[in-house]
Design a protein around this ligand. Structure first.
Ligand code: GDP
Length: 563
């Protein structure tokens, strides 16, 4: 709230300053016949300028003036977009390595790089929820006494007395697991769960989280302190006796559990899946600490939990935008990653009339490039007219070429991301060796070719995050089926991608790609269980906005009907 008021005040004083400047009469006017009118205008504007200087002075006493990098925020609309809520943070009380050297540049500057999304506003209810969450995070965050008290209880070997279940602060600890795309999706899912259950989200800071993301919440870190009593987090897995699955198996639903581990990874058991049932949620609601490990975007199945449905309806009137809003709110590239993004953007993308992003992720064993994948990508972009076909060399008569020179051609820039270099090489050569049909020139660029996934390599992860983000800045997106890397890009971008259908037997699929009907990511391992009836059910046929994914037939995804 404070920040919005400050922003409004600064906005009006900047406008008044501009008015005062404009009212200063140039030399040549002084002798003209309009002098009287101008003198009056000048007098009024001067009064306004003096008044505004006065109020600015008074305002400055209350609100420290923003650093230079924050100035673009003065242009914020009344209700800022998701990626600008909470911008007042700027590391006032940063702990654990996020933002320590200064402000989060991506949060301040992202609006200059993104397409404006006037159609994609946050609901009022979601804005309010985020603000309340930020207050809760400040109240209970890792540097507070309340955190110390609540985490101290974890050191005790005894179960908690029933009264402690009403503790002021409850927590959800997110355990870092799997590839970066998976991590971003599970973190967004965990955050929504924290919002719905009034918990504080704390993030396992291993795997260089601090080098990748800015702190999302104002005034308090989201990083789990290194002296957290339940470390090391690696010990929690599908066999853990503290898991919801294990507790459900022995029918433990009583008060007094100090913590419960939620195993929501691809190999979770039927008992672990009870997480998505109202009865288990009631039990979990009494537990102060929850630890969560997942490699799945489990968020869609939260829409099946009866107790969350009303709130979710208010928070997200448009179901297709859930990750779009949460992702833009939570994930701001840290400054070094922002450097990778902006340098590449200005060097290759900024001058484009249209930017086409192509994400090529191949899950087959062996090193690419594979001919069937190259054929598929080209068939997709050419058949769907995302890119122009190419004439063979010497196809044009000289007089035609002369005529065409006069017209300014549309500049299409293609951003390819892939672990392999080969697909990019082929496309780049194609548009160099032959002229593009129509009135377009095409250039092709790829930021990196890392050859294979390198877990735990900081620079590799920074490049991966930068590339997901760069893809999200394009106008047209082609993504690979099954890839969470692509899901993150499409969700952040706010465009429905063309999905490259997953190939079988090293053969190009027919059709090579299809248009997504929703930009939401897909939950690859949803439960198929009706908690009320206690029997199996197709969970993709219960709610109008929860259906099977285009790329994973058994997966679940949010849509806005009709689709
Ligand atoms: P998914 O496996 O496609 O669902 O995506 P993940 O992001 O979870 O895991 C794949 C990992 O491989 C990424 O996080 C990167 O580390 C790496 N990777 C895959 N594709 C690319 C790419 O196009 N560029 C870069 N830089 N890394 C990639």
């Amino acid at each position: 709230m404070r920040s919005r008021e400050a922003s409004r005040e600064k906005k009006s004083s900047a406008a008044e300053e501009e008015l005062a400047m404009a009212a200063t009469p140039p030399e040549k006017w002084r002798t003209s016949g309009k002098r009287k009118m101008l003198t009056t205008a000048f007098f009024m504007a001067s009064c306004l300028a003096i008044f505004s200087a006065f109020s600015l002075f008074a305002g400055v006493r209350r609100h420290a003036s923003p650093p230079m990098q924050q100035l673009p925020l003065l242009l914020l609309p009344e209700r800022p977009p998701a990626d600008q809520i909470g911008f007042e943070v700027q590391s006032k009380k940063s702990q654990g390595g996020f933002d320590e050297k200064g402000a989060c540049l991506s949060r301040q500057q992202s609006s200059f790089y993104r397409r404006s999304s006037s159609q994609k506003k946050l609901s009022y209810h979601l804005q309010k929820k985020l603000k309340n969450y930020e207050a809760l995070h400040r109240k209970c965050g890792p540097t507070t006494d309340l955190y110390r008290e609540t985490s101290f209880q974890l050191r005790s070997n005894h179960s908690l007395p029933p009264s402690s279940s009403s503790s002021e602060c409850k927590y959800l600890v997110w355990i870092s697991y799997s590839g970066l795309g998976n991590r971003i999706l599970t973190l967004a899912s965990a955050f929504l769960y924290a919002l719905l259950t009034g918990r504080v989200l704390l993030v396992d800071g291993r795997e260089d989280m601090a080098s990748l993301f800015c702190e999302p919440f104002p005034g308090e870190t989201w990083l789990l302190p290194s002296d957290f009593p339940l470390l090391p987090l690696e010990k929690y897995n599908s066999d853990s006796s503290f898991s919801l699955g294990s507790l459900s198996r022995v029918k433990f639903h009583g008060d007094g559990a100090r913590f419960v581990y939620l195993h929501l990874a691809h190999d979770y058991s039927q008992h672990d899946k009870l997480f998505f049932c109202q009865r288990e949620q009631h039990f979990l609601g009494k537990v102060p600490w929850l630890l969560l490990r997942s490699d799945n975007y489990f968020l869609p199945s939260l829409f099946l939990v009866r107790g969350f449905q009303r709130e979710l309806e208010l928070l997200f009137p448009e179901k297709e935008l859930v990750f779009h809003h949460l992702g833009r709110y939570l994930f701001h590239p840290a400054n070094p990653v922002w450097g990778l993004i902006t340098r590449f953007y200005h060097a290759y993308l900024a001058e484009a009339d249209e930017k086409v992003g192509i994400q090529i992720r191949v899950f087959e064993p062996g090193t690419g490039p594979f001919p069937h994948v190259m054929d598929q990508v080209l068939a997709c972009v050419l058949n769907q007219k995302l890119l122009p076909k190419v004439k063979s060399m010497g196809d044009e008569a000289p007089d035609q070429r002369k005529k065409k020179k006069k017209k300014k051609k549309k500049k299409k820039v293609v951003l390819v991301t892939s672990l392999s270099w080969g697909y990019y090489e082929k496309m780049r050569s194609m548009y160099w060796e032959g002229e593009a049909e129509g009135e377009e020139v095409v250039s092709v660029h790829q930021p990196s070719h890392e050859e294979h996934q390198k877990s735990g390599d900081r620079i590799h992860l920074m490049k991966a995050w930068a590339e997901m983000y760069l893809l999200s800045l394009t106008d047209v997106l082609v993504t690979s089926a099954w890839s969470t890397f692509g899901y993150v890009a499409q969700g952040l971008s706010g465009v429905r991608p063309w999905i490259l259908v997953r190939a079988e037997n090293r053969t190009m699929p027919d059709p090579p790609c299809l248009r997504a009907r929703s930009m939401e990511p897909c939950f690859h391992a949803p439960p198929f269980y009706d908690c009320e009836a206690r029997e199996g059910v197709d969970t993709g046929a219960i709610l109008p906005h929860l259906r099977h994914c285009e790329d994973v037939s058994w997966g679940l995804k949010l849509f806005d009907p009709p689709y």
